[in-house]
Ligand binder design. Structure first.
Ligand SMILES: [Zn+2]
Length: 395
């Protein structure tokens, strides 16, 4: 057994029910002058520095803030190529449409396993350096039996949170035959992808899949033991959010265009609304109204949606800053949503919080308060991260 004591923490955000209230800043369960004992990859003790037990090694946090590692519950980081040209055209006035996904499909299909693996590893390193210690990864740029299997298999080499998103968009070779493609997704494709996946997801949106097709896909995945997640109401209002609630999805993601019925349905459910500020930032769309969801009592998560088309950021700190600036969240709410909220969206209780028994995933800031994550946008504030108790430092 090896142990490490992280001591002299000026501000410790625990998100733990042991220290927390239910609302606002209290929900963060903040301790001042705190210490955390890490033993064999788990949190073994949390409390005042003055009462800390001894350990094999000691790390002095020098009065800075320590938070749970970020939980990024929505990413698409297994792909080939990029779409910088499309981004530039959009910033020159062209509109975003779901069809752009197809251009990444070609580049992904032509990339080798080794190329995709190296790329994914690179993104995960980038994420860890920015404080993200849990990442959900979706397929969805293969869109063939062979390539979707490849993407979930490769993703599973890096994370247990793998999502089969064969129903990302209808591939070009099935143009005008969407139902035939859905047959493939719920049949042979699901057969080869389910063994590598924990979740099933669908892009329920005009230009992608209808609510009837989405229901078929999600129910087929659930029947195979996969948890349900949904992309919905990104580009306009639709029935996807209510479908997600009806099927007890762990999360419905985007939620940019919500009706009052959607908000009421979410508030009465255990489905998390995952908001993806990078998307609206990168597509110049209106931001989702986080305040409306929070005031209604909906559990809100923030995630990067890191992908080459609509949101090519891997920075959760950036998402926090935008959510505070443009979506009506307080810094405390945004930090909770990027940690405990992401964990809720993955139905995990071992990450997103700092309490005895949780995985030792922590982030030390170069600042004495979590507020700096929103207050100092674009600044590299991550001093150290611990993932499974293994420490890495940035310079
Ligand atoms: Zn997405």
């Amino acid at each position: 057994m090896s142990s490490e004591l992280i001591t002299n923490i000026g501000q410790l955000v625990t998100n733990s029910t042991e220290f927390t209230g239910t609302q606002g800043v209290a929900r963060l369960g903040v301790l001042a002058d705190a210490a955390v004992l890490v033993e064999d990859g788990r949190i073994a003790w949390v409390g005042p520095s003055a009462d800390a037990p001894s350990a094999d090694s000691v790390t002095d946090a020098e009065g800075s803030a320590v938070l749970p590692g970020f939980v990024d519950s929505h990413s698409h980081i297994v792909f080939g190529g990029d779409r910088a040209g499309e981004f530039e055209a959009r910033m020159s006035g062209e509109k975003y449409s779901a069809g752009g996904i197809r251009s990444t499909v070609g580049a992904t299909r032509s990339a080798s396993d080794e190329q995709l693996r190296a790329r994914t590893r690179g993104f995960l390193d980038e994420m860890l350096a920015q404080g993200t210690t849990t990442v959900e990864v979706k397929s969805g740029y293969g869109l063939s039996l062979h390539d979707e299997e490849r993407l979930v298999r490769l993703a599973a080499e890096f994370t247990s949170e793998v999502t089969f998103l064969g129903a990302h968009v209808v591939p070009a070779e099935f143009a005008g035959r969407a139902d035939d493609y859905v047959d493939l997704v719920v049949g042979d494709m699901l057969d080869v992808c389910a063994p590598h996946s924990k979740w099933i997801d669908v892009f329920c949106e005009t230009g992608a899949f209808t609510v009837e097709q989405s229901r078929r896909i999600l129910e087929a995945g659930a029947a195979r033991g996969l948890g349900v997640r949904v992309h919905a109401s990104q580009l306009g209002p639709g029935a996807g959010v209510r479908l997600a609630v009806e099927l007890d999805a762990a999360s419905v993601d985007h939620c940019t265009f919500l009706t009052d019925e959607d908000v009421t349905a979410l508030a009465g459910s255990s489905t998390v609304a995952t908001l993806l500020p990078g998307v609206e930032f990168s597509t110049r769309q209106p931001y989702p109204d986080a305040r409306r969801l929070l005031d209604a009592g909906v559990t809100v998560a923030l995630a990067s949606d890191c992908n080459p088309g609509s949101s090519f950021t891997s920075s959760m700190a950036f998402c926090i800053a935008v959510a505070v600036r443009d979506m009506g969240m307080t810094p405390a709410e945004a930090v909770w949503a990027a940690t405990a909220g992401g964990a809720a969206a993955l139905r995990r209780t071992d990450v997103g919080r700092i309490e005895v028994g949780a995985r030792a995933d922590l982030v030390q800031l170069r600042a004495d308060s979590y507020v700096h994550l929103a207050y100092r946008p674009g600044v590299p504030l991550i001093r150290r991260t611990w993932k499974n108790g293994i420490r890495s430092s940035s310079r």
